[in-house]
Design a protein around this ligand. Structure first.
Ligand code: PEP
Length: 249
């Protein structure tokens, strides 16, 4: 399985930050794993131009479930694709929290993304209160059941699942490796139960305070097939070593 190092720039980055993209490509011309950056929509096509012909792919951070229409401020999967995206992050906890995105909405977006030929990176994860209450697997199971398409249509690499504990995002805190392993094994089993044996090839990413200093340990955990990285994806000097660790894992 080809592993994936994905970076989420969130609402960060203007034209001057594109220098980081060139630096990343120069440092990792053929990284030995897939490498993706998801900038704000305003930078997508310029980043795609810089990445053209390199090992770097670019993606969106959200899309609308409809192809077009009266949805002020939204962007469709086809629009992302036209701008040069190959992937889109969906159901990130910040979108679930800030925009009240439900599992059903995430499923509709996922199906729209796949219909447009984008790989959907669907995020799931528990809050700290849910973990402390012993509800982690219950919550993740419900998110998977509601957010993922009922049937796996198209290529198996058109779907990626990212496990991102909400309390680990941007906090510098991470679950133990054992906890990461438990949730990833649970997600793998849930996907196999839902889609059959083919689901063993769906990439599972860990996300939440991945840094150069903890990346190699996290990548050694079974069923961790890459990372979704926020803060540490903004600088080539941080994201590059994470990509290199994944390539070596
Ligand atoms: C994220 O928001 O997807 C994320 C993992 O952020 P960070 O790496 O900054 O914790």
């Amino acid at each position: 399985m080809r592993k994936l190092a994905a970076g989420n720039w969130k609402m960060n980055g203007t034209a001057e930050d594109l220098a980081e993209v060139s630096a990343l490509i120069t440092a990792h011309p053929a990284p030995g794993c897939e490498m993706l950056l998801c900038p704000p929509a305003t930078l997508l096509s310029r980043m795609a131009d810089i990445a053209a012909g390199s090992a770097l792919m670019v993606g969106g951070q959200n899309c609308h479930a409809k192809a077009s229409g009266a949805h002020t401020g939204d962007i469709s999967a086809d629009m992302l694709k036209e701008a040069g995206a190959t992937h889109v992050i969906l159901g990130h906890s910040e979108r679930r929290a800030d925009h009240a995105e439900t599992d059903i909405a995430v499923r509709a977006k996922t199906m729209a993304a796949q219909a447009a030929g984008l790989t959907a990176i669907v995020c799931v994860g528990e809050t700290e209160a849910q973990r402390n209450a012993g509800e982690t697997l219950l919550v993740i199971g419900a998110q998977l059941a509601g957010s993922l398409p009922v049937k796996l249509t198209g290529a198996v690499d058109g779907l990626v699942v990212a496990y991102e504990p909400v309390w680990a995002i941007g906090t510098g805190r991470t679950p133990t490796l054992k906890e990461v392993g438990e949730v990833h094994a649970f997600i793998r089993a849930a996907l196999v139960e839902r889609y059959g044996e083919t689901a063993r090839a769906i990439r599972l990413l860990y996300g939440g305070s991945v840094k150069p200093s903890n990346a190699a340990d996290i990548f050694a955990v079974p069923h961790v097939n890459g990372a979704l990285v926020g803060g540490a994806s903004l600088k080539a000097s941080d994201f590059g070593p994470i990509v290199a660790a994944l390539a070596k894992a």
